[in-house]
Write a protein that binds this ligand. Structure first.
Ligand code: SAM
Length: 414
């Protein structure tokens, strides 16, 4: 079919119409006339992939990665980076509009100077092809099949090398049964944190042999199987494979400094750090606030956040373990002047927002990696008596459709 690509849709596709019916087209850019072939359905809509571009956009570029078009990791390598940033803004604007909100016209989109090689964490799937041994790769586009990867230009080059080394070592050891491998590199050190997951049991002796062989293949890296160091702003954090870490180290600092600047916590402020992870936001925040209370449900992250507070000599950081929706019940109304929220993609449970409205901090900074749930929750907070003051978009995930946005809300005067 021949269609004209229209507006960007969620998930990296572009909306088009075929005989009046909307469809999602992948690998097109808004405005382009493309020939596209049907590829099933998604969320009730027909899906097509571009076969030929008949009228290319001036913003179309040659995707540098040989796996682009097959790999499920990147959707927008064919778009000039400035256009990617503009599309992300449109996606956020549209999500806010659907939730009945208006994105402030001065909302900046903070992109990267060099939007490649930014990921410090990668999760690889294992696959075995006859004659090729064991290889590591990612899920193919809109599929559960594993696509073996030779290179990945959005990952730190050391992760790319490490994935190839793990594949080689697994093949030499004939170690079957690996399901996936999580690799995280120290941005300012030599450590490579790894965790292998197997179909059945595994680990133990097999991991020892694997680790030993990979260490030989990667003599410039230090293999770590427990924890690694993450350093920024003169602070040092312990990170483990079972705890969340922002994958884009450079943009993490842009995001955190923006969030802390928006929150503007001073000496008289007690602050809630909700969905706190290992304390990477709450501990720097504690340098300017009177006290920080971190709420987190993952016990491994709670334990590390306590350790991280001790490593950094942060005495005014305390933890309140558990789910935000339950833990906030223990917090008294008016006890906190500000709160920062950084939930996963699903956003906040309505009970968590209801508790937050009861606790009534004066200022909220809400960080989100999913515009639709961000807008939905912001609208509930606005209905509950907050005013939106500022917003920003930080590009944590160049070349992909993922969007990170931040908003500042203030309690409206009653
Ligand atoms: C996007 S991460 C943010 C972590 C941290 N703020 C950071 O920047 O590294 C979300 C965190 O929320 C935690 N989490 C998810 N659902 C939760 C809930 N209902 N209550 C408390 N924590 C939750 C996850 O374990 C994860 O550590």
């Amino acid at each position: 079919m021949i269609v004209r690509a229209e507006a960007p849709a969620h998930g990296g596709a572009v909306i088009a119409h075929d005989e009046g019916r909307p469809l999602l087209v992948y690998y097109a850019l808004p405005g382009e006339l493309v020939e596209a072939a049907p590829r099933g359905r998604q969320g009730g809509l027909k899906v097509a992939h571009v076969e030929r571009v008949l009228e290319p956009s001036a913003d179309r570029v040659e995707p540098p990665c040989p796996h682009f078009g097959e790999c499920g990791g990147c959707q927008w390598q064919h778009a000039r980076y400035d256009l990617q940033l503009a599309l992300k803004r449109r996606i956020v604007e549209e999500a806010w509009r659907r939730a009945g909100l208006r994105l402030p016209s001065d909302t900046p989109v903070l992109g990267m100077e060099e939007p490649w090689r930014y990921r410090i964490r990668g999760e690889f799937e294992a696959t075995r092809r006859t004659g090729q041994g064991i290889e590591l790769g990612f899920h193919a586009m809109r599929s559960h099949a594993v696509l073996p990867i030779r290179t990945c230009p959005i990952h730190d080059e050391r992760i790319e090398r490490a994935a190839l080394a793990f594949g080689k070592a697994l093949t030499e050891l004939n170690a079957g049964g690996l399901k996936n491998l999580l690799l995280t590199v120290e941005p300012t050190g030599k450590g490579l944190l790894w965790r292998a997951r197997y179909e059945r049991g595994g680990g133990g002796e097999a991991d020892l042999a694997l680790g030993r062989r990979v260490a030989e293949l990667l003599p410039d890296l230090v293999l770590l199987d427990d924890s690694m160091q993450l350093e920024f702003w003169g602070l040092s954090f312990r990170v483990r494979s079972d705890t969340f870490v922002q994958t884009n180290y450079k943009q993490m600092q842009v995001l955190y400094s923006l969030a802390l600047e928006m929150l503007a916590a001073g000496e008289s402020d007690a602050v809630l750090d909700l969905y706190a992870g290992i304390g990477t936001l709450g501990i720097p925040l504690a340098r300017s606030a009177r006290a920080v209370t971190a709420v987190e449900e993952n016990p491994a992250a709670v334990q590390l956040s306590r350790l991280n507070a001790r490593i950094n000599g942060t005495a005014n950081f305390r933890t309140l373990p558990g789910r935000v929706e339950a833990a906030l019940r223990k917090v008294r109304m008016g006890e906190h002047q500000a709160a920062i929220l950084d939930p996963p993609r699903a956003g906040c449970d309505p009970a968590a927002l209801a508790e937050l409205l009861r606790v009534t901090p004066e200022r909220l900074v809400y960080v989100s990696c999913e515009p639709s749930t961000h807008a939905r929750d912001l609208a509930l907070l606005v209905q509950g008596g907050y005013r939106l003051r500022r917003a920003a978009i930080v590009d944590m995930f160049p070349q992909t459709y993922h969007v990170e946005s931040v908003a500042l809300l203030e309690r409206a005067a009653r």
